[in-house]
Design a protein around this ligand. Structure first.
Ligand code: GLN
Length: 446
């Protein structure tokens, strides 16, 4: 059914880069056989899943939507992919994205942009645009995305589905092609909150292959979905519903808060005073980490190698010039500049300090509140092509997701209405490792 649906819809949506039809059929009949022989059903038994193409899959192309890796055929599975297999879901294929997860509209894919299933003239968001669009188009039951500054939550909001960015460290990054290692997190994109809890249950947990993996006990997420939010204290940052936020988005968020009131929760306006510095801080830190992480793509170890180099330096130069797209080059140049000697203290070190201030904003609010709620993005999806020549406007789309990433705390985006036929997302932010409260509140509202 999944492949039939892809056949009907993917010419218009362009969510998939690689299909795994033979592998999926084999895996499915293997599961069937195990069941016939009296085996138990795994947590995600038989559920068709799509995987973002920056998560490595053994013997299944993993391109990061980059020309550089168009032939990269990994020899191992990422930890999350192993865990999904252990939970018995079936990998349908690999999902389109912004090249190396750099972008917020999917227009930076070097293969083709993804289109929003609600209206194919609009972007699906990014960078996990394929992951969100494939769930919205009914091609898969769930997908995995990655979120560095909003890349799970923002496309989930634009496509009207549920996207969860877990606490940094809860889900292993082993096998996720690194963009900005101190921010990257893998998480589920699903049709509803209950599914999100099930997929999180399957992928969370300590992994000694990831040096930043948190060694914490994994609670039962589905049992948190009680429907009861009585007495829950919600903070609503004035910076998240103020200037620059589309009035229709603000209206939808205020309407959602009314629902919480009716369910017995309370909310008050709060402040995250360093919000205005978050985008600048993020683009310094994320680009710096990217410039370092992407140094491994040298034309020798992974992917495509340029023809006829004059010497080794020329090989690096030609391979990188030909392999990377323009947004990736922009980030590498920004990051290399920020890390260069003489500038390090002024840019990178200062950005690290501001990151701490941003995190402290969250700590302070969480002393008195259980959750922080606001929009996921300042506007609904925009038209394809509308912002491609304006990187700064594009960067500002992440104004309310980036602070959460810098603080490392969990957040979910759930649909909370429509403006002009396009979905709006409500962002529910929790304390570190308190995914249970985030999921409970999201589920009660849904
Ligand atoms: N849109 C942001 C960026 O371009 C976030 C991307 C992400 O979370 N991977 O960096």
């Amino acid at each position: 059914a999944s492949y039939t649906r892809i056949g009907q819809t993917d010419e218009a949506v362009q969510a998939f880069l690689t299909l795994n039809e033979e592998g999926a059929r084999q895996a499915a009949s293997e599961l069937d056989k195990q069941l016939q022989e009296g085996g138990e059903r795994g947590l995600l038994f038989g559920l068709p899943a799509g995987i973002k193409d920056n998560i490595v899959t053994e013997k299944l192309l993993t391109t990061c939507a980059s020309q550089f890796l168009r032939n990269y055929d990994p020899i191992y599975d990422a930890t999350v992919v192993k865990k999904l297999k252990a939970a018995q879901s079936v990998t349908i294929g690999k999902l389109n994205m912004d090249e190396f997860a750099m972008g917020g509209s999917n227009e930076n894919s070097s293969f083709s942009p993804v289109r929003n299933p609600w209206n194919t003239e609009y972007v699906p968001g990014g960078s996990s645009g394929g992951s969100a669009a494939s769930v919205a188009a009914g091609q898969v039951y769930f997908s995995l995305g990655s979120d560095t500054g909003g890349s799970i939550r923002q496309p989930a909001a634009y496509c009207g589905v549920v996207g969860l960015k877990p606490t940094y460290g809860l889900v292993s990054r082993f096998g996720l092609v690194a963009f900005a290692s101190s921010l990257d997190q893998i998480g589920p994109i699903t049709k509803n909150v209950e599914d999100s809890a099930y997929v999180l249950q399957a992928i969370a947990g300590y992994d000694n292959m990831d040096s930043t993996s948190a060694n914490v006990e994994i609670p039962d997420y589905t049992s948190a979905l009680t429907g009861d939010v009585k007495g829950l204290r919600i903070g609503v940052p004035k910076e998240y519903i103020g200037e620059g936020i589309d009035p229709k988005v603000k209206e939808a968020v205020l309407a959602a808060l009314k629902v919480y009131e009716s369910l017995g929760a309370t909310w008050e306006e709060v402040s995250l005073p360093h919000t205005e510095y978050a985008v600048a801080t993020y683009y310094l830190l994320a680009s710096s980490e990217a410039s370092s992480n992407l140094a491994r793509f040298d034309g020798v170890r992974y992917g495509v190698r340029a023809d006829n180099p004059d010497n080794l330096i020329d090989l690096y130069h030609k391979s990188r010039s030909q392999g990377f797209g323009s947004e990736v080059k922009r980030r590498i140049m920004l990051g290399t500049y920020a890390l260069s000697s003489g500038y390090y203290d002024a840019y990178y070190l200062k950005a690290q300090k501001v990151r701490t201030l941003i995190k402290q904003d969250f700590d302070q609010v969480f002393e008195n509140y259980d959750l922080i709620i606001g929009p996921t993005a300042p506007t609904p999806a925009f038209k394809l092509g509308a912002q491609v020549n304006d990187p700064l406007t594009m960067y500002l789309n992440d104004i309310v997701t980036i602070p959460v990433s810098l603080a490392g705390v969990p957040a979910i985006s759930v649909p909370c209405g429509f403006a002009d036929g396009l979905p709006i997302g409500l962002q529910i932010i929790g304390k570190a490792f308190d995914e249970r409260t985030v999921l409970r509140a999201a589920h009660a509202y849904e």
